[in-house]
Design a binder for this molecule. Structure first.
Ligand code: SPV
Ligand code: MN
Length: 622
């Protein structure tokens, strides 16, 4: 073992490292320790005791405080550190690293020198915690090894809940450097134990080395390496190989009266119905955030959840809309709440369906009372809209029996959905694989509180993955097109929109998504005919009426159908113009993408000229 390391390690940690036998791990730890200068390095294996040690340490260091219900804790991020910070997240570039213009970048040497100066001495007086995880089920084609190094026990505790233990998987590397690594420091903490120098928050991604440096932050989207930081590294890897790393849920759809189960993956921007799609009553959940997709020997598409837990948005989790999650959040189990209101050891969040929200307590702003104002004189809500809960998937009654399968599940359907108040119909099916890639690539969504910045602004977010696509967009789309072409059984692709409005009001209820997904499931099994339109295949009124009646016991009127499924021709043409403008700025956008766009544009233009109408009912189309 490298002698510099020895001074930082006790006997136990030394044993853990020795038995791992990986000189690359040791070399990185030496570099990290020289830089961050912790008092000790604590290297953790995956025993129950080591997991328990972190749970306790998070409380001892007051990064988490126990709540009334057994196993529950509360963690607060700083008042300016409550969402993913895209502005401070940059990819380190060299002449070989090419990116879309939308991804922030910095020259590698300049970036490393900046982040190293911020990390310098950042762990003085603290422990450097080191832990090994596996992205994806262990011992599978999906498995990727990831090492987390952090001075925050909250980060490691979150990862123990969200990811699979990977110490044994690391041993299988037999000393090679085929692993991702994440170095995080929360930096100097204030009296509330939240990051003090948040304006010096930086998250720098070294794609060629498979490393990410993150400093002066605590919010999990910035700090927890295995989540969105690993997603970026995985996207880089997947796009230089032959698979897909996606911001996708995985769910088993169980139609009424039928014994089959059909697996879907689905991409939705943050806070746009992703978890609730994975949690549709009657269906089963494999994952709610990140999926890797690979072709199997028979040419089928397989997906695995790279996580084993949920870091979910808590707003609007209530007994009516989300009974299973609500019940998990209100009964004893290991669970971290973040950025909710806490009064007398009880957590309160927005939209929880309780009328007795206290008028005082502690929230993301510190001590809180009703009427408290921020520095812009705006009233501070009792809980943050991006407040979250962290727990294992196995805590949910509806977890899919195959969620740990090493082979993944066979994907038959892909969903793409954004928060779109004025253009897309609630559900449509792609006319071809290429059209499906187009649907994903042209996803637009109104911004939410999951990302720092203004909310409610229309934003183009290809495959709901744009923030993480650290290769040129053209290359990413080409990889999707190629992936589908190589499959002998291509999944069918659908676009959903749960947020369509008419005269300022939503045209559907939260429950209706169950119907749209069941229709998609039925299409895959040839249960339904559909109407071919330039924007895709649309459902027939009778099929939806029957589904609404049977599944929700509700009468679905023709009027509702027409409001929801009429093709907003002018709106689609406006969207196409936005897409042309956007994609013309990118390089090497595949020809197949432009072909689909031009066909759709011509068909819509013709129909508009012929009918002189802005909106056309589905049955206008043959
Ligand atoms: C999301 O916002 O998409 C999340 C949470 O899954 S975060 O870790 O912030 O990305
Ligand atoms: Mn996400």
């Amino acid at each position: 073992m490298l002698s510099t390391l020895l001074q930082f390690l006790d006997q136990r940690s030394r044993g853990v490292l020795d038995s791992l036998g990986n000189s690359h791990v040791e070399k990185q730890l030496v570099d990290f320790a020289k830089l961050c200068r912790p008092s000790r390095i604590v290297v953790l294996g995956d025993s129950k005791q080591e997991i328990q040690y972190i749970r306790e340490l998070a409380k001892e260091r007051r990064e988490e405080t126990p709540l009334k219900i057994r196993g529950h804790t509360i963690h607060f991020d700083g008042a300016n550190d409550l969402a993913r910070d895209l502005g401070s997240t940059k990819v380190l570039t060299t002449p070989i690293v090419k990116l879309s213009k939308r991804i922030n970048s910095i020259d590698r040497d300049a970036g490393l020198s900046e982040i190293f100066s911020l990390l310098e001495g950042s762990m003085a007086g603290k422990d450097m915690l080191v832990k090994f995880y596996c992205l994806g089920p262990t011992n599978s084609r999906f498995s990727l090894c990831a090492m987390q190094v952090s001075d925050s026990p909250y980060v490691i505790h979150s990862e123990d809940l969200l990811y699979r233990q990977g110490y044994r998987q690391f041993k299988k590397l037999q000393g090679t450097n085929k692993f991702f690594s994440f170095l995080h420091s929360a930096g100097e903490l204030d009296e509330r134990n939240t990051t003090k120098n948040y304006s010096k928050r930086r998250i720098y991604i070294d794609v060629t080395e498979g490393k990410v440096y993150s400093v002066n932050n605590q919010y999990a989207g910035n700090s927890v390496g295995l989540k969105k930081l690993a997603l970026r590294l995985a996207i880089y890897k997947a796009n230089h190989e032959d698979w897909l790393a996606e911001h996708m849920l995985i769910s088993g759809v169980h139609p009424l009266d039928k014994k089959r189960v059909t697996y879907f993956v689905g991409a939705y921007p943050s806070a746009c119905g992703k978890t609730s799609t994975a949690m549709i009553p009657g269906n089963t959940i494999v994952g709610d955030d990140i999926a890797y997709l690979r072709k199997d020997k028979e040419g089928k598409c397989r997906a695995a959840n790279i996580e084993q837990g949920i870091f979910g948005i808590i707003q609007d989790v209530n007994p009516k809309d989300d009974p299973l999650i609500y019940s998990a959040l209100t009964t004893p189990r290991e669970l971290i709440f973040s950025n909710v209101l806490v009064t007398d050891g009880t957590p309160y969040w927005l939209g929880m369906g309780r009328k007795d929200i206290p008028e005082r307590g502690v929230n993301f702003s510190g001590d809180w009372w009703k009427g408290k104002k921020d520095k812009n004189d705006a009233e501070i809500p009792f809980a943050h809209p991006n407040a979250r809960y962290t727990m294992r998937l196995s805590e949910l009654e509806n977890v899919d029996p195959h969620y740990e399968d090493k082979t993944g599940v066979i994907v038959q359907g892909i969903l793409y959905g954004g928060r779109d108040s004025d253009t897309n119909v609630p559900i449509s099916e792609a006319l071809s694989w290429e059209h499906g890639v187009y649907m994903g690539a042209t996803l637009e969504s109104e911004t939410t509180s999951a990302i720092i910045g203004k909310t409610g602004v229309r934003r183009h977010d290809p495959m709901a993955n744009m923030d993480f696509v650290v290769v040129p967009l053209g290359k990413y789309l080409e990889n999707h097109l190629k992936f589908g072409k190589r499959l002998s059984q291509k999944p069918r692709v659908f676009a959903t929109n749960y947020f369509l409005k008419n005269n300022g009001k939503y045209t559907n209820t939260k429950l209706d998504k169950k119907i749209w997904i069941l229709w998609a499931e039925g299409r895959i099994h040839n249960d339904y005919d559909a109407i071919r339109t330039p924007i895709g295949f649309l459902p027939k009124y009778e099929d939806l009426k029957d589904l609404f009646q049977r599944v929700l016991g509700r009468n679905y009127s023709k009027q509702e159908y027409l409001e929801q499924f009429s093709v907003r021709v002018s709106r689609y043409l406006e969207k196409i113009s936005r897409m042309e403008e956007y994609f013309e700025k990118e390089t090497d956008i595949p020809k197949e993408f432009w072909d689909v766009l031009h066909v759709q544009k011509n068909e819509l233009t013709k129909v508009k000229e012929k009918t002189m109408k802005e909106i056309l009912p589905p049955d206008h189309f043959p």
